[in-house]
Design a protein around this ligand. Sequence first.
Ligand code: TMP
Length: 225
Amino acid sequence: MNSGLFITFEGLDGAGKSTQLARAVRYIRQRGHRVLVTREPGGTRTGERIRDILLASKTGMLAPLAELALMYAARAQLLEERIRPALARGKVVVSDRFNTASFAYQGYGRELGTATVRAFDRVICGTTQPSLTIILDLDPGRALGRALGRGTQRRKRLDRIEALGLAFHQRVRAGYLAIARSAPERIKLVRADQSIEELQRQIRELIEPYLAERKQDSILKTRLP
Ligand code: TMP
């Protein structure tokens, strides 16, 4: 059996992450791989309850460290209940956000610093790290505009984090760019201000070598005596 593959999608709210993720998942399934799709914060019953606290505007002020700890609480639950078992069964796990979001939003956006986030990450994620992280990069002004447009279509207000404004989201974006520079072999940036089709083509190009490697693995294994 193949070992699992863990891919995460990241980017500012409104960058088009969910559309691209859904298309990428369809592609991975068409290539014959079993996929677990999940999202953060959330993805489990407990995690979705934590998500409500994190995103509901009625929550009001949350201390930045409390926010970070809740993100990692939801993540610990998701890892234990869903991600690690799926990887152990050889699935491809695709997550709408994961730990890079904590580095960008809490580390840079909330200015807690990467060392603090890393301390949580060592304990909770440990060696379960994505093989590939795709960041959809978009100018924060445009991203927020799109998130706002989406909000009015669905008659929903911006969530607690989306409502933090331009300066916050500019720090988050700078964070994503810095994180991508720090691990270019694993964390890939794609420009989100392109057509849906072109963006998807670039994303598939990034994913393809990982899928090919799994195919290669299973061919080698079936050839073993
Ligand atoms: P989304 O599911 O619409 O992407 O919304 C999740 C929000 O939570 C988004 O504003 C980013 C934020 N977030 C963090 O601040 N830190 C994290 O670690 C994660 C996973 C999400």
